[in-house]
Design a protein around this ligand. Structure first.
Ligand code: FMN
Length: 169
């Protein structure tokens, strides 16, 4: 059985919805077999460690952009995991998701650079979803990601699960 690992951080809920939609799409595509062809694990960044990374076959990294950077707890995940798994993931597929107020490019670039260091291969272009939060009040408000954007996350999860199940990656 193959494993898709989704690691995410969220503060106001947007990235969590993206991660959960990705997981739902992957689980639906993984089929109803017992066990299913693909196991989907969706972990908050603080709960994920090197052993989880090593045990997976594909990855989705999902983070808010905070202060023109990936979120601190997402960075902490990469800081804890980077060297313990270096050179042991080569060629595995990944995708990056960023939830941002209005930009997101810097956080995406950071994840892509780390993935390059890990010699992962991008299974899909990085996706940024903007919540259009700009004022302090909007930034701190719980986020609701639009259905079309969640559907795109579901489709990403499905594509990753199907690729794993079929041995495409
Ligand atoms: C401290 C802080 C800094 C932020 N900095 C940025 C930023 O640099 N660029 C941006 O596009 N959005 C920025 N945002 C907006 C968040 O990315 C946005 O609210 C997003 O929805 C957060 O994801 P979450 O709902 O999963 O927590 C910032 C938010 C906070 C709280």
């Amino acid at each position: 059985m193959k494993t898709l690992l989704i690691v995410y951080h969220t503060m106001t809920g947007g990235t969590a919805q993206m991660a959960q939609a990705t997981a739902a799409g992957a689980r639906a595509a993984a089929g109803a077999g017992d066990p299913p062809a693909v196991q989907v694990r969706c972990l908050r960044a603080g709960e994920a460690g090197p052993e989880d990374v090593l045990a997976a076959d594909a990855y989705v990294f999902a983070t808010p952009e905070n202060l023109a950077s990936m979120a601190g707890l997402m960075k902490d995940f990469f800081d804890r995991c980077y060297y313990p798994v270096l050179d042991r993931l080569n060629g595995r597929p990944y995708a990056a998701l960023v939830c941002a107020g209005s930009d997101g490019q810097q956080a995406l670039r950071q994840i892509e650079r780390i993935a390059t260091g890990w010699r992962l291969q991008a299974a899909a272009p990085g996706r940024i979803i903007c919540t259009r939060a700009q004022t302090p009040e909007d930034i701190l408000r719980p986020k609701i990601i639009e259905p079309a954007q969640l559907q795109a996350c579901e489709e990403l999860g499905a594509a990753l699960a199907e690729g794993l199940a079929l041995g495409i990656f």
